[in-house]
Design a protein around this ligand. Structure first.
Ligand code: SF4
Ligand code: SF4
Length: 298
């Protein structure tokens, strides 16, 4: 089973559009796949695929939060002054934990003279497996508001995606990765067979891709680059192409022009390749998907 991970150095460059069109192309051309949305802060792959029916939903506990037993508390205030994150406030002489601010460090438990504090596992997010209308399941991680440790949730998404793929005898897992260069994207790339890096011809996107490439190189995974909104700047497009081909040594899988059919398709929650197969963007996205299929899943 191959893992194809679609990444971008920053959000908003079209990563999900590429992942959705690839997943649908593979499914429609007879490759059994599972999709996974590892962008747990802002998952939108399922939206781009038109939503789905929930098959299973599991709470993931990866963080810890303090709770105070009021029956034991003597209201001494030690925990309020000791909390390094200002996460305990006195409310009517009672210490109250502000859950969104609590980092679970346990200092309050240490300073409490009457053992009134407990630090317990808390729900970080939800892992859902949903059926899509294109005949393949999609695994999504939904990080809870204000929660962190999204790398753990991403790893859970990937593990669940792998297991689902194995159970179904799927040939590929298509992952819409978290953007950026931090823990979630590292967790997204871990175990990848092939990475599709989506960028656009702007200095900001190039700089973010430069940083992302350092992360990808660590894993030694083959990479193909997609330049989205390619006609945003013809001058900078040349700079980007040259850098990708000659300095990075990566192949450019395709260059997608700005096409408002993509926006219309997103509004309708349909991959643009299905919404309007004759749109310029659709033709190039299909060609990219075919190339990836031929090279990664021969
Ligand atoms: S666990 Fe740490 S962050 Fe949370 S309330 Fe206690 S001291 Fe503050
Ligand atoms: S340190 Fe313990 S006893 Fe003192 S206010 Fe906090 S919870 Fe209550």
């Amino acid at each position: 089973m191959k893992e194809i991970v679609v990444v971008s150095g920053k959000g908003g460059v079209g990563k999900t559009t590429v992942a959705a069109s690839l997943a649908v192309f593979l499914a429609k051309t007879g490759t059994k796949i599972v999709a996974a949305d590892a962008d747990v802060d802002a998952p939108d792959l399922l939206l781009a695929l038109g939503g789905g029916r929930t098959i299973s939903s599991t709470e993931i506990k990866a963080s810890e939060k303090a709770t105070i037993d009021e029956s034991k508390c003597t209201e001494c205030g030690n925990c309020v002054s000791a909390c390094p994150f200002g996460a305990i406030v006195m409310d009517n002489h009672r210490p109250t934990v502000v859950r969104l601010m609590c980092e679970g460090c346990g200092v309050c438990k240490v300073v409490c003279p009457v053992d009134a504090v407990e630090v317990k596992k808390a729900v970080t997010g939800t892992l859902k497996i949903e059926d899509t209308k294109y005949g393949f399941p999609s695994v999504t991680g939904y990080l809870r508001l204000g929660e962190h440790n999204s790398g753990y949730l991403v790893a859970s998404v990937k593990n669940s995606g792998r297991k689902t793929a194995e159970d179904l005898g799927a040939k590929a897992l298509v992952v819409d990765a978290a953007p950026g260069i931090g823990c979630p994207v590292i967790a997204s790339i871990t175990g990848a067979s092939y990475v599709i890096a989506v960028t656009e011809p702007t200095p900001a996107a190039k700089r973010d891709l430069e940083r992302l490439v350092k992360v990808i190189k660590h894993f030694g995974v083959p990479v193909g680059v997609v330049i989205n909104k390619a006609n945003l700047s013809d001058d900078f497009r040349g700079v980007l192409e040259d850098w990708v081909k000659h300095e990075l040594g990566y192949q450019i899988l395709g260059e997608i022009p700005i096409d408002y059919e993509v926006v219309k398709a997103l509004v309708k929650m349909v991959p643009v390749t299905e919404f309007n197969p004759n749109a310029e963007a659709s033709k190039i996205l299909t060609a990219i998907a075919k190339r990836v299929k031929d090279e990664v899943l021969p």
